[in-house]
Design a protein around this ligand. Sequence first.
Ligand SMILES: Cc1ncc(COP(=O)(O)O)c(C=O)c1O
Length: 461
Amino acid sequence: MAQYTTDTQRTKYILDEADLPTQWYNIQADLKTPVPPVLHPGTGQPIGPQDLAPLFPMALIAQEVSQERWIDIPEEVRDVLRLWRPSPLYRARRLERALDTPARIYYKYEGVSPAGSHKPNTSVAQAYYNKLEGVTRLTTETGAGQWGSALAMACSFFGLECKVYMVKISYNQKPYRRVMMETWGAQVVASPSEDTQAGRTVLAQDPDSPGSLGMAISEAVEDAAQRGDTKYSLGSVLNHVLMHQTVIGLEAKKQLALAEDEADIVIGCAGGGSNFAGLSFPFAADKLQGLKPSLRIIAVEPTACPSLTKGKYVYDFGDTVGMTPLVKMHTLGHTFVPAPVHAGGLRYHGMAPLVCKLYDEGSIEAVAVPQLSTFQAALQFARTEGIPPAPESAHAVRVAIDEALRCKETGRAQTILFNLSGHGHFDLAAYEAYLTGRLRDEDYPEAKVAEALQTLPAIIV
Ligand SMILES: Cc1ncc(COP(=O)(O)O)c(C=O)c1O
């Protein structure tokens, strides 16, 4: 490992390929009490592996409930991850200077993956385990198109067919994401679509529906459940997905050690919770084990879809139509359709149960930020550090800047680490809308959330 400790100008902390983690970190091993069980929607009883078998391969079902702290990353998966991992950790010196802050700001950059975000960290593992168990076709949903791209790429590496239900608003806003998925061989349709019963039902009620992640999940699940050769792949929310993302935080810890620094504040944007968890869980381990009690960990969500800060911590469906098992999570109600903000990947009604558990216990914080100030932060970041962030990642940038400005006020030289989960090269229509003054803030839709919360499943636990 290189030694950078005396270099006061160092901008990038780069690990060798040999430093690519060999195991994922499973935070379930360190929870004080287990995460609430997933329930069968019909019986209200905890589900078993057989209930999930039509949708997921057994290896992933086993990871979902595993209590082992460390799980080996198969060599075939590491072999693909090595194409872009370890990813760089940057010290945002130019941003620090622009803010005139005593804080030290670091960001882990996941936009270096071929698909442009953190999502391939799990898509590669999921495609691998499906292939191993004889599956030949995967279905999924995608919001911003990042997850669909990641799965399309992983399927092409392992020779699997891939069908992507893409939320209609993103399908229209981001045509090049679709082309990217097709380049990797995937079939892409706008959701709600005519291809499934779930899609047809929604279209019958609202032919102009912009779609939502929950809706697209219903379609992808229905498709997979009906075919023997097909399984379903989810890009966030589930325990095993969050675990696959911990390579981010495990690498970042090594990189901060190279900088002889230690994080005081760890920040990630949160849609379903996977990039936030991927960066923060290896750091949360220190907090849960009492090694770093003062560590602050902040999840950032949009005010248009504030599941952690405004949602209820109850059992709800993961999808819109109500086909998935019930999970206990902070939810705005599975029928809630968020405003079509440009951070498409943050438009999910729920949140990962593991993230919700930590939030409920007070181990992590959450904050919601509006669209305009998020883009303002994205521009400040692009104009100092060079990278135009994905609109989702810009939520983390916003709060990192806010925390750095707070440090300026208090004079405290804290260390801030955030996840730059993806680049915004396919989001330039959103940037254009902001630059031409056409973007607006979406208020918290209190009445719509109240209405959606009326449709929560009747589960008494
Ligand atoms: C760049 C980027 N960041 C963040 C997210 C949000 O997902 P998650 O909360 O699972 O990381 C997405 C989702 O599409 C994304 O594309």
